[in-house]
Design a protein. Structure first.
Length: 325
């Protein structure tokens, strides 16, 4: 038996969430005293593939196929499932990213496996039971799920498991699978990436703003603070609905769920729908002129003040700190 980790890449490069997932999968492999195999699909440099050994992979399966150059949900799931069968992998791990959320249930069907998406901790194995802690109700709660099937698929929430270096030397070998026409019934026509910005789902720091900014012309302050902190920018639903910011920045129950180390909320009241998407954040900082704003009830730190007065001072303080560091 082995553990298989799907090492997701973006434009041929592995992201931090991938290294987290590999580290997580290695810890699971250690629990079972077995080995960890990684599979990568797409064009990735040989040295980057071998570097997965640094995080615990002992072998890397490289799938390089022109048809699979761009992400295709059903086709990728078929390839990963075949790799799991060929290597007797009873546990498959992947990141609970946009693509991971589409792959996990498909892998569950193909492998007749129990699926846990949104995992936030290592599985607990005791008395013959295999349980995993995961987020539930759009991040408002946690659930402990028992997987009773022989095969298991676990999708790890980004920013919930640390990157651990194992310093192993991973061997890289080509892995070829015959693809079926039915796997390409639905295709992604185009992928547009904001290459100059930090990816919101993977961001360790998020600076978010709401209607308290009064209009899109005032977002320069938010973007400047985010740039200084190396953060991603986000917004509340009313802001994206009004067209002030793109819907790709909408965080909340009906938008993107994030789990950064630091979430800065500026001029957002903190409705339950918004909190559902950010409750997994490790530290929450709220800036709002309304001292009764619901957001303050869940904040680790709060500043009661006008964003137009607080933000310039905060930006100046960060600049001063960075200049002296």
């Amino acid at each position: 038996m082995s553990v298989l980790i799907y090492a997701e890449n973006a434009a041929g490069k592995f992201k931090k969430s991938t290294f987290e997932a590999v580290s997580y999968a290695k810890a699971i492999a250690n629990q079972s005293s077995t080995n960890l195999i990684a599979i990568s699909i797409g064009d990735v440099a040989a040295e980057d593939l071998a570097a997965l050994g640094k995080y615990g992979a002992e072998k890397v399966l490289n799938v390089s196929n022109e048809k699979l150059k761009n992400f295709v949900n059903q086709a990728y799931a078929s390839v990963i499932a075949e790799a799991a069968k060929a290597n007797n992998s009873a546990i498959v791990v992947l990141s609970n990213s946009f693509s991971g959320r589409g792959l996990a249930p498909r892998l569950g069907v193909k492998l007749e496996a129990g699926v846990v998406d949104g995992a936030v901790a290592l599985p607990e194995v005791s008395n013959g039971k295999f349980t995993v802690k995961k987020t539930a109700f759009s991040g408002k709660a946690f659930a402990t799920v028992e997987i009773t099937s022989a095969n298991k698929v676990i999708a790890l929430t980004p920013n919930t498991y640390k990157v651990v270096e194992s310093a192993l030397n991973a061997s890289v070998e080509d892995f070829n699978v015959e693809t079926k026409a039915s796997d390409f019934a639905a295709l992604v026509k185009d992928i547009v990436r904001s290459t100059d910005k930090v990816s919101l789902p993977d961001a360790e720091i998020v600076v978010s703003a709401g209607r308290g900014l009064k209009g899109p012309e005032n977002w320069g302050m938010v973007e400047e603070l985010a740039g200084l902190l190396g953060a991603a920018t986000a917004c509340s639903k009313p802001v994206s609905d009004a067209g002030w910011r793109p819907h790709s920045e909408h965080v909340g129950q009906t938008g993107i769920a994030v789990s950064p180390n630091l979430y800065v909320a500026i001029g957002i009241s903190g409705a339950i729908q918004h909190l559902a998407g950010i409750s997994a954040s490790k530290v929450i900082v709220v800036i709002n002129k309304d001292a009764e704003a619901p957001f303050f009830k869940v904040a680790d730190y709060g500043i009661v003040g006008d964003a137009f007065e607080v933000l310039p001072k905060l930006i100046a303080a960060v600049k001063e700190y960075k200049a002296s560091a």
